[in-house]
Design a protein around this ligand. Structure first.
Ligand SMILES: [Mn+2]
Length: 324
């Protein structure tokens, strides 16, 4: 609703991702981009590792202002898609007219691991069936397996996994659905082709050996830093028809992401990750991505939420390319 001077009179509450319109029923989803929150942190290797990632979707919604905003500047006709944003660094507008929707959060119920993973896959499958580019906001990294499983209608696809850690353990103390094993589970899906693991720096030898044995393409954080984000992706990630991307924000350097679950020093600068993601977008069609391990209880100044908002903005902009 607009006021008499043509400005917004009211904003919907609570905030959606980037102010995108809500979609209440997945069968109505017609947008090019579908955001879904996955407020799940029961895959965390607690009590070893701290939880809190289930608050990630709410925090990203609240902090997705002043990067790209779906309705800013105001005045575009309803249904015309995003207003877009201007990148002063290259002089182009991005995301103008791209239609997006926030479908809400997957209904997570405490204690129901297989039920929760099933609901995550079902929601994502319905989004992918409609042809939307799925953006899943975690949540701990274990969600990438049920999200990737639900992406089957968009497959077969290759997976590019950004993470300081391999997350390739077969199991931890008998548990196979943790945030340290989802890349292994993804690798077992029949419609997943190649896997690339980018940004490794805290990786047990056994997992390194398993990655090599399974033919995973790998690049360490040091290789990204020494070669640059674009060059390392050009060298390591194969050309592809369809790509699914998983972004654990702990691939960034520790001071940038103090509000993540297991921050690690010596990681990627923001621009190196942005450049790497842009290069991945040039390797093949991106069918969907997840962004995980935003941990709001430790994100005291919301800086990690903000960097997450920029990553989503920049990656979507690379995927759709300049609009003006
Ligand atoms: Mn991870």
């Amino acid at each position: 609703m607009l006021d008499e001077r043509g400005n917004d009179l009211l904003w919907p509450a609570p905030r959606t991702f980037f102010g995108a319109p809500r979609c209440e029923d997945l069968s109505d989803l017609r947008a090019q981009v579908g955001f879904v929150g996955v407020p799940y942190d029961a895959g965390t290797l607690q009590p070893w590792i701290r939880t809190g990632q289930s608050a990630g979707p709410a925090s990203l919604r609240m902090n997705s202002w002043n990067t790209f905003d779906y309705t800013w500047p105001p005045g575009s006709p309803p249904g015309a898609g995003a207003a877009g944003w201007f990148d002063i660094e290259d002089g182009h507008g991005y995301l103008e007219g791209v239609t997006m929707a926030d479908v809400g959060d997957v209904a997570i119920t405490g204690g129901d691991t297989q039920g929760n993973l099933g609901r995550i896959s079902d929601a994502v499958r319905r989004m992918a069936e409609g042809g939307a580019l799925v953006v899943a906001v975690g949540g701990d990294h274990s969600i990438s397996f049920p999200v990737g499983r639900g992406m089957e209608p968009a497959g077969p696809f290759d997976v590019v996994h950004f993470d300081a850690h391999p997350d390739f353990a077969d199991e931890y103390w008998g548990s196979r659905y943790t945030h340290g094993s989802q890349l292994r589970r993804l690798s077992e899906l029949p419609f997943v082709s190649s896997i690339s693991a980018i940004g490794l720096r805290n990786c047990p030898k056994e997992e390194h050996d398993d990655l090599r044995r399974e033919g995973v393409h790998i690049a360490t954080s040091r290789e990204v830093l020494e070669e640059g984000g674009a060059a390392v992706i050009e060298r390591v990630v194969p050309e592809s028809d369809r790509i699914y991307v998983s972004i654990d924000i702990d691939v960034l350097d520790l001071p940038l992401v103090t509000g993540t679950t297991l921050p690690e020093p010596g990681g990627l600068p923001y621009r190196a990750l942005r450049e790497a993601l842009a290069t991945v977008a040039g390797k093949g069609r991106i069918v969907g991505f997840d962004i995980v391990e935003l941990n709001p209880p430790y994100d005291h100044n919301a800086a990690t939420a903000r960097i997450t908002a920029w990553l989503v903005t920049h990656f979507l902009s690379s995927i759709f390319g300049p609009s003006s």
